[in-house]
Design a binder for this molecule. Structure first.
Ligand code: ZN
Length: 126
């Protein structure tokens, strides 16, 4: 089954570019790990998911609005995505990985610096 998370989405590229500029080195879309994380930093045993607010049903977010048509279908689809996200996160944590999730809305201009500072702290935290 095709993953609904597109490869090389814009949000993902923004995060990758920033981390690269900060000197981090990473792998992308590592299929050996649950959920095929967008960014994998082996040195820090950290994985990062860069999630679209709509596809991943970001709670209490203005960018997550269910479409007016086929609403139930979308609800179900997004619920399943979230369930899978949770499952993968639990597996990764059990395997000893630190999991950082970044949502699209947290990368908007006015929030970007703060978000990435928090992400950097999480990566470097033991
Ligand atoms: Zn959001």
């Amino acid at each position: 089954m095709r993953s609904i998370r597109g490869k090389n989405t814009k949000i993902e590229l923004i995060v990758r570019k920033y981390l690269h500029q900060q000197g981090f080195r990473f792998l992308i879309h590592d299929a050996r790990l649950p959920g095929k994380p967008d960014i994998v930093l082996p040195k820090y045993k950290t994985v990062i998911f860069a999630n679209g607010c709509f596809w991943h049903g970001h709670d209490d977010c203005k960018y997550f609005v269910l479409p007016k048509t086929k609403t139930e279908w979308w609800k179900e689809k997004i619920f399943k995505t979230k369930e899978l996200d949770d499952k993968n996160m639990k597996k990764l944590i059990e395997m000893g990985w630190k999991v950082v999730t970044i949502f699209e809305c947290e990368l908007k201009k006015e929030k970007f610096q703060l978000t990435m500072a928090i992400v950097e702290n999480k990566i470097r935290a033991i």
